[in-house]
Design a protein around this ligand. Structure first.
Ligand SMILES: [Zn+2]
Length: 107
């Protein structure tokens, strides 16, 4: 397998694929051939990601609740209210598991 990397900044095509960002100006020349399909991929992903979010208000609510719960959990731990903290953690786990199913795309 041939790996291309930039002689100037040392960035590899794989790294570029992950970050989607060029390390330096020379990268463009080095990755020119790899770039085109990658850019398409990145652009496609972002477009896809941008299309999903708002349509599911229950998920947004869950996210909000998670933030509140985490804050409460931190507070409970800080006050050494471990029983309450355990309850909060259970609820957080429950919510996280619930939203995980919709998150499959991420892997
Ligand atoms: Zn470079």
């Amino acid at each position: 397998m041939r790996t291309t990397s930039c002689p100037q900044c040392g960035m590899s095509a794989a790294e570029f694929g992950e970050s989607g960002q060029l390390g330096c100006a020379a990268c463009y020349r080095v990755f020119k051939e790899t770039l085109v399909p990658l850019f398409k991929q990145i652009h496609g992903n972002e477009f896809h990601r941008g299309k999903i979010p708002v349509s599911d208000p229950s998920r947004q609510q869950a996210r909000r609740e998670l933030i509140d719960l985490r804050r409460a959990l931190k507070k409970a731990v800080g006050q050494e209210a471990y029983e309450q903290a355990a309850k909060l953690r259970d609820r957080i786990n429950e919510l996280e598991r619930g939203s995980e199913r919709r998150h499959v795309v991420h892997g």
